[in-house]
Design a protein around this ligand. Structure first.
Ligand code: ANZ
Length: 840
């Protein structure tokens, strides 16, 4: 019969709830430890077995840290704005707030059923006006700031030096240009048939259904994250994050060092600026390519090529950036009829347009060097453009040689970089360009400003209005929160605006002071907004006057450990670092970075080794596992599956295995009447028992510290194997074991602890200590062989020397017998293990 996990788990969950066991307040005496889980989006599907993996890991650390005297903050909440609830509302007419609430209750019930030690008094919900008031407030702070490049930090708009002599309009424009939040015409995914803008993640689905999705320009809010590119990159060095995630962030930021060079357009006063990482190849540039959207395209295109160019531009508009950068060989483009002067070779080179050049990167124009850039090489082959070798090292006729080397064919009457290695030729040519004022050193970033508007209903409204001229005006902080109004229909407005545009009453805003009328911003914020700063709200959820009090912030920040899926490696983590840095610059937080240590849990696959999905029918529901085996078994199994960071398949057998282990633990302590076993007695430990106990404490402790939970569990299994069947079980070994088990399987541990006579929860009991000298084995068993056959096993003290072993071996009766009449050839000694006498 299995142990009564069902009763026990309910009992202790209720106990923790009623006693507020895990509620924390600031305590200057104890060291703090802030452990954060990536809060979930409460989807309609309920909790997935992937969720408890990270949550159990952080729960183990939380419980362990509490027992080690830390003041542990471990909160949970809901990232509840987002597309699925809105789409569901579109289909059913049910308000997203209703489905969100239902989903939250399901998630909460499921999370509570796992016995996770959250301080529920700190729960947050991003869709709660009391929460999003502060999301809007941070937006206002960002909007009302500018980036001081010299100081490399954000500062309030009030400190922006405004040039003298500007009229009101010019002043407004000047300030707008400097704000960290600004309006820009940006492409959106527009689907005319649906009358709506699609989120990037929706595009594929509709295109597959045969809808036409094109890119349409729309005025949208942008956040100037690019101002922070350098700091976002540099500060990664100080973080205790997985290297792979740091690398992904670095790639996303994409720092690229090179130069900008100007090419004069023939017969005009205009120049084309290009960005290149290889200014040393300037002599090899045989044509120029503009992105189809480049604003000089109209200027350079001659009448003869006008039609071709127009047609090509229209086609390019239908392709996404990803399609355009795909590494296919057949690059396309058209000649514009225009020419520009290569300042190094002094040759007129043709200007083309091609969609492999993106408008959003660098200057949207390139100097093509087909000898040394493969994309240009492919293009030049297709369109029979000249290919020249300017860096030695490859066979430029076959493929571009993109490596470094010695410059060749690179001189004119003013400059020569011939015979110089790449690094020097770069420096020399940049210097020449700078002297001639036709180029300069330049660092570019792949990182783009953050497109922050969504044409959606279920998001935070912007605290902004427009006057009749379309001038944007920020509302005052005192008006926050700007509530999301109810709408009749969640269908898009048809104009590309969000459903908010259909609510006349809400749309019109009258300034309470001046009576002037305005129209509200109908875009909403992206789902990332609420998750950018939730870790700060947990510190002070009830504060209606501040985002969080500065004392609390100083006490708890930074987050000491952040655990979540690697799918958030880039966007969420980059966006929240950006917001945090802005808040830091403006003095609202005191740490440069929000998350000191980051750990990513691996994916849990289905039992078949495939990604869990409804269509594969391999989804494991945590509810089912808990009903059958209990929460402690689920927790223990998820930690026993393998290293936390690894991807690993589910195994029902594995759950049964840990469940059996828990039953053994139960039997070790509890007899059939539910009382503590009479075999548990207050007797001294034998040397062996003491050693196993101390080894177990040591291993479990260090494995929790390094988050190697699976091996900690193995060690506890060893312990149970040793103690389960003893006729007399020493309490002095079993009691500490309960504490070791408790972070992993807290319900069963609490229940046993209580049976052992405690009146209160073990949550704050002191963690068991080990004595390192007691973890070592002092006697060992020396195997004695005669010609490879075991003839004796001698109990010896550890590290006995050869002479000593030899003496005892030759005195042993059994060994003596096997040596009779033989000649000894040699002896082999392996310390602490083996003594072999080879005979003839
Ligand atoms: C000439 C050249 C010669 C280049 C050569 C490379 C090798 P990263 O490292 O990504 O910054 N480029 C610049 N702007 C572009 C745009 N808007 N769309 C597509 N390509 C663009 O790469 C910078 C290089 O990518 C630039 O250096 C430019 O090609 C191209 F042997 O210029 B290079």
């Amino acid at each position: 019969m299995s142990y009564p996990f069902d009763k026990i788990e309910k009992k202790w969950q209720q106990y923790w709830d009623e006693n507020n066991t895990f509620k924390v307040v600031e305590d200057s005496v104890k060291p703090k430890y802030y452990i954060l889980d990536m809060f979930p989006y409460p989807s309609g599907a309920g909790l997935h077995v992937g969720h408890p993996e990270g949550y159990t890991a952080t729960d183990i650390i939380s419980r362990y840290k509490r027992m080690n005297g830390f003041n542990v903050l471990h909160p949970m909440g809901w990232d509840a704005f987002g597309l699925p609830a809105e789409r569901y509302a579109m289909q059913t007419g049910i308000h997203p707030s209703i489905t969100t609430q239902q989903n939250i209750s399901t998630f909460k019930r499921q999370i509570k059923m796992l016995g996770l030690s959250y301080d529920w008094s700190r729960e947050v919900n991003t869709t709660d006006p009391k929460y999003y008031k502060w999301t809007q407030w941070i937006f206002l702070k960002i909007y009302n700031s500018w980036f001081d490049k010299k100081a490399c930090k954000a500062r309030p708009i009030s400190e922006l030096p405004i040039p003298d002599g500007l009229n009101e309009k010019e002043k407004y424009d000047f300030i707008s240009k400097h704000r960290l939040a600004y309006l820009a015409e940006m492409p959106v995914n527009w689907c005319g048939e649906l009358g709506t803008v699609l989120a990037n993640e929706e595009v594929d689905e509709w295109v597959e259904k045969g809808y036409k999705v094109e890119r349409k320009m729309m005025r949208q809010w942008m956040l100037r994250i690019t101002a922070y590119a350098d700091r976002l990159e540099n500060d990664l060095d100080e973080l205790d994050w997985p290297q792979s995630i740091k690398e992904m962030q670095r790639n996303w930021i994409g720092k690229s060092e090179g130069a900008e060079i100007e090419f004069k357009i023939t017969d005009t006063q205009e120049t084309i600026r290009v960005f290149t990482t290889r200014p040393d190849t300037l002599f090899g540039s045989t044509y120029i390519v503009l992105a189809p959207e480049h604003k000089l395209v109209e200027k350079v295109t001659t009448a003869e090529y006008f039609e071709d160019v127009e047609e090509y531009r229209n086609q390019a508009a239908l392709k996404s950036e990803i399609e355009r950068t795909a590494l296919e060989k057949n690059k396309t483009g058209v000649f514009t009829g225009g020419y520009a002067l290569n300042p190094a070779t002094k040759k007129e080179i043709p200007i083309w347009i091609a969609d492999y050049v993106l408008i959003s990167y660098g200057t949207g124009a390139i100097m093509a060097v087909p000898g040394h850039d493969q994309r240009d090489h492919d293009f030049a082959k297709t369109y029979h453009l000249p290919i020249v070798e300017v860096v030695s090292g490859g066979d430029y006729k076959k493929a571009a040689y993109e490596g470094e080397g010695i410059a060749i064919n690179s001189s004119n009457d003013e400059i020569s970089i011939d015979n110089l290695p790449t690094k020097q030729s770069k420096d020399k040519i940049i210097q020449w360009l700078e002297e001639k004022k036709i180029g300069k050193r330049k660092i570019n970033y792949k990182l783009r400003d953050w497109l922050f508007s969504r044409q959606r209903y279920w998001g935070e409204p912007f605290p902004l209005v427009y006057d009749d001229d379309g001038t944007a005006i920020a509302l005052s902080e005192t008006e926050l929160p700007i509530l999301l109004p109810d709408v009749e229909s969640y269908k898009p407005s048809g104009t590309g605006e969000s459903p908010l545009a259909t609510i006349e009453k809400w749309l019109n805003y009258t300034d309470p002071k001046t009576g002037k009328k305005y129209r509200r911003e109908t875009h909403t914020m992206p789902q990332w907004a609420g998750s950018c700063w939730y870790y700060l709200r947990y510190l002070d959820t009830q504060n209606n006057n501040e985002l969080c009090s500065s004392e609390k912030q100083k006490y708890w920040m930074p987050v000491d450990l952040y655990v979540g899926g690697a799918e958030h490696a880039v966007l969420h983590l980059l966006y929240s670092r950006f917001w945090h840095k802005t808040l830091f610059d403006l003095g609202y937080v005191s740490t440069k970075e929000p998350f000191q240590r980051l750990v990513n849990q691996g994916l849990i696959l289905g039992e078949d080794g495939q990604k869990m999905s409804k269509s594969m029918g391999n989804v494991v529901n945590p509810d089912d596992v808990v009903i059958e085996y209990g929460a402690d078994a689920l927790r223990l199994f998820e930690m026993f599956m393998g290293p936390l960071e690894d991807t690993k398949p589910w195994s029902t057998k594995g759950v049964e295995g840990v469940f059996r282990f828990l039953n053994r633990v139960w039997r070790m302590f509890v007899d059939e009447d539910g009382k503590i076993n009479s075999s548990i007695q207050d007797v001294p430990l034998t040397v062996d028992q003491e050693r196993i106990l101390h080894q177990t404490i040591k291993k479990v402790t260090s494995d929790i510290e390094t988050m190697n939970f699976n091996t900690a569990i193995s060690q506890m299994m060893i312990f149970v194997n040793e103690f389960l069947n003893l006729e007399v079980k020493p309490i002095a070994a079993l009691k500490p074991f309960v504490l070791l088990l408790s972070p992993f399987a807290p319900h069963i541990a609490e229940e046993i602890w209580e049976k052992l006579g405690s009146k209160k929860s073990l949550a704050y009991e002191a963690w068991s200590k080990f004595d390192d000298s007691k973890t070592r084995v002092d006697t060992i068993e020396m195997v004695v062989q005669v010609s490879g056959k075991i003839r004796a096993k001698l109990p010896l003290s550890r590290d006995s020397v050869e002479e000593e072993v030899k003496k005892l071996a030759f005195e042993n009766e059994s060994v003596k017998k096997h040596l009779e009449g033989k000649t000894i050839v040699k002896t082999i000694f392996v310390k602490n293990k083996l003594f072999n006498i080879v005979v003839k």
